[in-house]
Every structure is written in structure tokens, then in C-alpha cells.
Design a protein. Sequence first.
Length: 133
Amino acid sequence: MSLAAERHVVVTDRAPRPLNGAPYSQAIATRGLVFVSGQVPLDPQTQELVAGGIAEQTERVLENIKGVLEAAGSTMADIAKTTVFMLDLADFAEMNAVYARYFPNTPPARSTFQVAGLPAGASVEIECIAVGE
């Protein structure tokens, strides 16, 4: 059996489309896992950066992830690992307060990095791996 036959592209209008037609998928579901591409705080309807600071941006990113996961048949509770990219780790506490609301019981494993830049002028980007159907 071909591995490609077990690999499914996840597409939803509840998360932004790839920026400028870039060659990536919102997520790939394969072999019981869902790999969600890094989500930035773009409104899925307008493809524009949301207004506000790190709290508003983190909220939008997590809502984008939630939309992608639901399109794949998963939930936020199914996330096993996240990677958070931030422009400024001085904003960590504020980002973390929003993040904690999405994972009240058993938060996933997580890594957080400060980076030099993110797409679309974002202050935060999050990618994740979740358990799928």
C-alpha cells in the first residue's frame, strides 16, 4: 500500500489559506496523527492580521488551530505537542495566559522559541501535532 494513500490534506475556511499561495497545507492527516502547519493570527475571512497585541494574536492563532483540527476530526484536547514561535519572549506570560485557557486539564508538550521574524507581521505563530481519527 502506498504511503501517499494514507496521507490526507486538511482544508478548512476556519483558518487562513496559505499566504500568497505558498506551497503548504493547513494540515496533513496520516496514520492517526494530524500535523498542523504553523498558524499566524490572520482572520480566516479577511486574510488580515487581527488587531491588538499578543493576547489577541494568540487567541486568533489558537482559534485557527481549533478550526483546522475540527476539520480533521480532532479537537484541542487531542494535541500532543505544540511549538510556539514568538518575536519577543517578554510577551511570554501574556501569551501563556491565553494558551492556558485552551488547555485547562492536560496541556500538551510544548517548546517555545524567540525568533527574528514571523510571516505577515505576526508576533506569535504556533504549530502542533495531534492525535487524529
